[in-house]
Every structure is written in structure tokens, then in C-alpha cells.
Ligand binder design. Structure first.
Ligand code: AMP
Ligand code: MN
Ligand code: MN
Ligand code: MN
Length: 272
């Protein structure tokens, strides 16, 4: 079985690469992809730990982008994570995230909320600061009673402390393709698109390779719709749990029990 959407401590997951591989073994996974937000810093360790435990680790990433006031995540698989342009993009996204965090702290302050950069840094174990970490601080300091409330009131797109992003989906696809990878639209159902078909068609014309069709909470009619889009636009379906350790209690590793065939189709696509 395989799971192609996993976060570690490099971004907003709670397991280190080594812990993740041990857990993947327990969960009977033979192929996984590590897809941290805008980060590749767990990949070397995950791949070498994977070799010890006979688990294939696909080098991956999940880029956060924005399109028409919607949050769009683009997954990259089989990326050459030493590629210069990819590394430059990651470096500037890391800086953008730091600047964004200071702006969010300011906006929260204007709304009567006092949290510091140190509070947030304590939550972040890797090199990427995410709104997940900020929501943990808001929850711990009892400014909100659930993480969902933190996003609904402050951190979500268009909310009181939201800060725009610069990367676009088309640019993310371009960087992934230039580093030899496959580009996949992550959890399309969560984007809340007005015209999903038109958007997927646009990405497909700009070198998208696949759609994340299997994802926690997707209904069988969602899955059928995405398989249909894959057929229309010559894309491949992929899937994963979006595991974040105890930062996201609604998803667990290998909860979807996805077959090896999805991985084999990705390998075929790479050889085109
Ligand atoms: P960022 O990478 O900084 O854009 O932060 C986004 C991350 O916050 C996502 O990857 C999720 O892990 C988490 N997140 C986004 N929306 C919510 C929500 N409504 N409730 C809980 N966590 C969320
Ligand atoms: Mn996340
Ligand atoms: Mn995502
Ligand atoms: Mn994710």
C-alpha cells in the first residue's frame, strides 16, 4: 500500500523523518511520498531511513500558492531536490513565510491579540513557519477554542490577519517540471472553486500531471468526478492522507489503503 501526502517536522507535521518511517513500517506502507509545505529539508533523512526499512520514499513537496483569492496547493513528486531553481524558489518562500509571520503578528495585535515570534518559533520544529503553528499558539493561549476557529476568524484567506502569497499555481508547476518532477493538484475539493473544470483545464494546458483524487473526506462522487477530469485532460489520479501527526487528528497514515498501481502509473508518466 502507498501514501503520497505526508508532512513531517520540516513543515507542520509532528513526526521527524525517522519517526515517520518507523510509523510507515508499522502501517504496512511500501511506498510513501514526503510532501512538506515549501520544504525539502526532511528528504535526505527520510530516504536513507526508508532504505533501512525497505520503504520507497518519493522525494516530494507541497507548494502553497494563491489564485483569484483561493488557496491552491501544488504537489511535486520525484523532484530533483538539488535543482538550483527549485532551491532558489524554496529559499525565497522561506523568507516570505518569515516576513508574513511578522505581518500576521502585527495584524493580530491590531485585533487585541498579543503573541510573539518566540511563541510561534517554539511550535515550529523545522525551517518553515506555518499558520498551523500560529493556530497552535492561539489555541494554547486560549484566544480561540478550536484551531478551526483560528482560521475562520483570523488566519484564513480574507480574514482579519491574512497575508497574501506571491507564488501562483502555474509558477509552482513550472518549477516542479524544471526539476524533473510530476506536478499534481492537491485536494481540489478543498479549494472551493467556482469553475473547477475550467481551472483544471487551465492547469492541464500548463503541464499539470495529475489530480489528487483520493483524499480523506472525498465522497465516491468526488472521486468519480476527478477520475473523469483525469480521463478528459490526460492526467493521472494520485492520493494520500495528508498526515500531520497530532497536528491533525482527522487523518492517519495509510487510512486510504491505496494500491501500488497508482505509484506504477506515476513511474509510467515520468518516462513519457
Ligand atoms: P500555511 O502553510 O502557512 O499556509 O498554513 C496552512 C496549514 O494550516 C495547512 O497546511 C493546514 O495544515 C493548516 N490549516 C489550514 N486551514 C485549517 C483549518 N481550517 N483548520 C485547521 N488547520 C488548518
Ligand atoms: Mn499543513
Ligand atoms: Mn494542502
Ligand atoms: Mn498537505
Amino acid at each position: 500500500m502507498i501514501d503520497l501526502h505526508i508532512h513531517t517536522t520540516a513543515s507542520d507535521g509532528t513526526l521527524s523523518p525517522k519517526e515517520l518511517i518507523e510509523y510507515a513500517k508499522q502501517k504496512n506502507l511500501s511506498v510513501i511520498a514526503i510532501t512538506d509545505h515549501d520544504s525539502i529539508s526532511s528528504l535526505d533523512e527520510a530516504i536513507s531511513e526508508g532504505k533501512k526499512k525497505n520503504i520507497i520514499v518519493i522525494p516530494g513537496i507541497e507548494f502553497s500558492t494563491e489564485y483569484n483569492y483561493k488557496e491552491v496547493h501544488i504537489l511535486g513528486y520525484f523532484i530533483d531536490y538539488k535543482n538550483k531553481e527549485l532551491l532558489n524558489t524554496i529559499k525565497s518562500l522561506k523568507n516570505e513565510r518569515i516576513n508574513r509571520t511578522y505581518k500576521i503578528i502585527d495584524k493580530l495585535k491590531q485585533n487585541g491579540i498579543n503573541i510573539s515570534i518566540e511563541d510561534i518559533e517554539k511550535e515550529a520544529k523545522g525551517d518553515v513557519i506555518s499558520r498551523m503553528h500560529i493556530s497552535n499558539v492561539l489555541l494554547n493561549k486560549k484566544y480561540v477554542s478550536t484551531k478551526a476557529e483560528a482560521f475562520e476568524k483570523y488566519l484564513g484567506i480574507g480574514k482579519l490577519a491574512y497575508v497574501e502569497r506571491e507564488l501562483t499555481p502555474l509558477k509552482a508547476i513550472e518549477v516542479i517540471k524544471k526539476s524533473g518532477g510530476l506536478a499534481v493538484l492537491a485536494h481540489p475539493k478543498l479549494i472551493d472553486l467556482e469553475n473547477e473544470k475550467e481551472f483544471i483545464s487551465l492547469l492541464a494546458k500548463n503541464n499539470l500531471d495529475g489530480i489528487e483524487t483520493y483524499y480523506p473526506g472525498f465522497s465516491s462522487s468526488d472521486i468519480d468526478r476527478y477520475i473523469n477530469f483525469c480521463n478528459i485532460y490526460n492526467l493521472i489520479p494520485t492520493g494520500g492522507s495528508d498526515f500531520h501527526g497530532h497536528n491533525r487528528l482527522t487523518s492517519d497514515l495509510n487510512m486510504l489503503k491505496l494500491p501500488q498501481k497508482i505509484y506504477l502509473n506515476m513511474l509510467n508518466r515520468l518516462n513519457i
